[in-house]
Ligand binder design. Sequence first.
Ligand code: ZN
Length: 153
Amino acid sequence: MSFDKNRLPEPVSYYESQGLAFKERRGKWRTTACNFHGGTDSLRINTETGAFVCMAGCGARGGDVLAFHMANAGLDFITAAKELGAWVDDGQPAPARPTPLPARDALAVLAVEANLVAVAAANVAHGVALSQLDLSRVLQAAGRIQKIVEVFA
Ligand SMILES: [Zn+2]
């Protein structure tokens, strides 16, 4: 999966689809409302690149419609790119490594393994020697806990 800048929507139609109206009908740079700080006529938009900058100095600025979409909708890069149709499946794995199991399942595994270790420790504390099988199971539990820590850390 990867980002394809060429698939980003055309700037003017994109900004209009976001409910923004331009003061000018033509021109490379056009003016519209800055919803980042509530200004009615301070956001300047480059209609060729999609870049935006707030002239009132509220700090809103970015290089293309993707940057605007991220800031405006509070989205991360990949989610914003997907919403704009610029995220393409090219057969490559996604750069963000997905976790092998949901967090809730990982917690369930942690609970089971932690309990198993606690029982083994209690046995040892009461003078019960762990069998080779029990010992290897305890080490396996420690390994599973470590694995989950690595994945979610
Ligand atoms: Zn602003």
